[in-house]
Design a protein around this ligand. Structure first.
Ligand SMILES: *[C@@H]1O[C@H](CO)[C@@H](O)[C@H](O)[C@H]1NC(C)=O
Ligand SMILES: *[C@@H]1O[C@H](CO)[C@@H](O)[C@H](O)[C@H]1NC(C)=O
Length: 282
């Protein structure tokens, strides 16, 4: 085919694809659309290994998969997306792999900071969740900068769990709740001039804990997707996932595509009435 024919062909192709995507979103929107989708992005290394690539390429392809999944969720009107990017335990991997991952993270953060980035043009708010002080300083600075520059965005919220584990989140929330209660109690005792506080005020309630969770800015997830066929939660959102639909797919994370997402949502729509009933029983 000559150059002109090629151009026309690709234009027609793109408009057909766009039309089909819109049609697909319209069909899915007949059922309940999840408000919050959480993903354990597993399988980058296996993807690289089975294709005899360097590990780094597994992570790079994984990143592409993240962007296309974000775009799909965004077009479908899913407000909250949370991804498990790096666990505290991942720091125990070989230093060169951890170093490579941090370089990749830094590179992608710099891309996201550009005005024409997907994050900025779509008006997505980005939050990094976890103990950021474990990250290299440069990465911490870029992450904070991206959070500041997108803080006013409201159309969608992406939470990136880095240096995160659920147990660390819970321990941290307990610590903060206790500190807060102790402070309140001391102030009351001081102002009433007695040394004896009411011991009930030291009680930490469920609401206190939830307020101090790293994920307090989000409602609980409706779907938790795990790729690469593993059936574990791996210390991710344990507190928040009591009533969410757990979707396991065999696809490795870099292979995760539109059809996998659509399938997960259809399955969610099938069980959603039951999940809602369970929540109401509480
Ligand atoms: C973050 O991790 C560091 C190093 O392990 C620790 O000293 C610090 O207390 C942690 N911070 C929070 C907020 O958990
Ligand atoms: C309460 O009083 C003690 C000494 O009486 C003081 O050291 C402490 O800072 C006060 N705490 C608050 C929160 O005001």
């Amino acid at each position: 085919m000559d150059g002109l024919g090629d151009g026309v062909f690709s234009k027609v192709y793109v408009s057909i694809c766009n039309f089909l995507r819109k049609l697909l979103w319209a069909i899915l929107a007949v059922g309940p659309i999840p408000n919050h989708v959480a993903v354990i992005m597993d399988g980058n290394r296996r993807f690289a290994r089975t294709r005899k690539l360097e590990k780094e390429y597994g992570h790079r392809f994984g990143f592409l998969s993240l962007i296309s999944t974000l775009r799909n969720c965004y077009e479908l009107g899913i407000k909250y997306v949370t991804v498990y990017a790096f666990s505290i335990d991942n720091f125990k991997r070989k230093p060169d792999e951890v170093g490579g991952l941090m370089e990749l993270l830094q590179e992608k953060l710099e891309d996201a900071l550009k005005e024409e980035s997907f994050i900025k043009t779509c008006g997505i708010k980005v939050l990094f969740v976890g103990n950021l002080s474990l990250l290299p300083e440069q990465v911490q600075d870029s992450a904070k900068k991206l959070m500041e520059e997108t803080a006013h965005n409201t159309r969608a919220i992406l939470s990136v769990c880095v240096c995160y584990t659920s147990t660390d989140e819970i321990a941290h929330a307990v610590q903060e709740a206790c500190d807060e209660n102790r402070l309140i109690c001391t102030m009351r005792c001081n102002s009433s001039g007695t040394n004896k506080g009411n011991s009930d005020e030291f009680l930490v309630t469920l609401a206190d804990l939830e307020k101090h969770m790293y994920m307090a800015h989000c409602p609980d997830p409706d779907i938790l997707i795990r790729t690469s066929g593993e059936t574990r939660l791996s210390n991710f959102l344990l507190w928040q996932s009591c009533f969410c639909y757990l979707h396991i797919t065999k696809a490795l994370w870099p292979e995760f595509s539109l059809r996998h997402l659509v399938w997960a949502i259809l399955e969610y729509q099938r069980v959603q009435p039951y999940l809602e009933k369970m929540k109401k029983k509480l």
